[in-house]
Design a protein around this ligand. Structure first.
Ligand code: XUL
Ligand code: CO
Length: 369
């Protein structure tokens, strides 16, 4: 089955091409400052926005009717793997990222969820071996399920905390199975609405202990990817604990975690915090914790976390300048945490969105160089 019909591998054709399905600036093998563009940029595609997302927003249900939908959740999950690797291959992208819930149905228990994850990660591993595509990072979604309404690793409910820990343990086992290079924590519900019903210090202690246990477990299984925390100032909670790079560094220092963690910084999260993206990258560099980036762009008029594909050359240039000064991002990379608008219902729009993002960063790299 071909999921993205009518389009072959996207090739570099240069500025003057009128082919929409071509790169104008991204030329993977071209050398910039003595290094191939693909090795500077280490592009990754996000499973959730690309293959799992169905086009829903806060005001309405999904609009996409993908040709990879099957008759059961598990059949859809299997088809998604094929569709995803077809897209990565066509885009010449060598890395990908996912949350546990993106790839497999959660079923009716943690056991069923983990069994489903085992089956799907077997398929993913086959595809990785076949194509040479690698796992930049995976993560546990500890923010969508109702059990996490009051937080996961900051929860004071022991059962909830244990469930989150089980998901991370499984996530690290999967990271080892797929030879992941990084492992991400984004604390979706790790924050608060009101200090009047929140024991802030206890919550910080709980999450710090959680991170220490994750490091110990990675050491125990003999596979230690680069751990990354992804700061974000708000959404879904009013006050997220990992507000920005500086706040997260203070937390890591206070709880003796600074040697085991770096940051995964996101464009739209920086602007939500009232910063520019390159400010966040520069602060991370100052503390030697610039690990990886989630590339996307905000919509200023809306002010939400809109996760648009990067399209602003100045922002990308200033970001690439910081990345060059950092000596690159490896083992991190540039993950497109970016999604189509709800009206972009053609599957091939997924290719066009990524071409736009890749060309923007490739042009930014050349300008920064
Ligand atoms: C949320 C966000 C997440 C993280 C991974 O704003 O950026 O998708 O990147 O959980
Ligand atoms: Co992100």
């Amino acid at each position: 089955m071909i999921y993205f019909p009518g389009v072959d591998k996207i090739e570099y054709e240069g500025k003057s091409t009128d082919n929409m399905f071509a790169f104008r600036h991204y030329n993977p093998e071209e050398y910039v400052l003595g290094k191939k563009m693909k090795d500077h940029l280490r592009f990754a595609v996000a499973y959730w926005h690309t293959i799992t997302y169905e086009g829903a927003d806060q005001f309405g249900v999904g609009t996409f009717h993908r040709n990879w939908y099957g008759s059961t959740p598990m059949e859809t999950a299997k088809n998604r793997v094929d569709a995803f690797f077809e897209l990565l291959t066509k885009l010449q992208v060598e890395y990908f990222c996912f949350h546990d819930v993106d790839i497999a149905p959660q079923g009716n228990s943690l056991k069923e969820f983990f069994d489903n994850l085992d089956e799907i990660t077997d398929l993913i591993k086959e595809k990785m071996d076949e194509t040479g595509i690698k796992l930049l990072w995976n993560t546990a979604n500890m923010f969508s399920h109702p059990r996490y309404m009051n937080g996961a690793a900051t929860s004071n409910e022991a059962d909830v905390y244990a469930c989150a820990a089980a998901q991370v343990k499984k996530g690290l086992d999967i990271n080892k199975k797929l030879s992941g290079e990084n492992y991400v924590f984004w604390g979706g519900r790790e924050g608060y609405e009101s200090l009047l019903n929140t024991n802030l210090e206890l919550e910080q202690q709980n999450i710090a202990k959680f991170f220490h246990m994750a490091v110990e477990y990675a050491e125990k299984i003999g596979h230690k990817p680069q751990f990354l925390i992804e700061p974000k100032p708000k959404e879904p909670t009013t006050h997220q604990y990992d507000y920005d790079a500086a706040t997260t560094v203070a937390f890591l220092q206070k709880y003796d975690l600074i040697q085991d963690f770096k940051l995964n910084l996101e464009g739209n999260h920086a602007t939500l915090a009232g910063h520019t993206f390159d400010h966040e990258l520069a602060i991370a560099r100052l503390y030697n914790v610039l690990g990886s980036i989630d590339a996307n762009h905000d919509e200023k008029i809306l002010g939400w976390d809109t996760d648009e594909f990067p399209h602003d050359l100045l922002t990308a240039t200033l970001a690439m300048y910081q990345i060059l000064e950092n000596g690159g991002l490896e083992p991190g990379g540039i993950n497109f945490d970016a999604k189509l608008r709800r009206t972009s219902i053609e599957p091939n729009d997924l290719l066009l969105g990524h071409i736009l993002g890749m060309d923007t960063f490739a042009r930014g790299l050349k300008a920064a160089a």
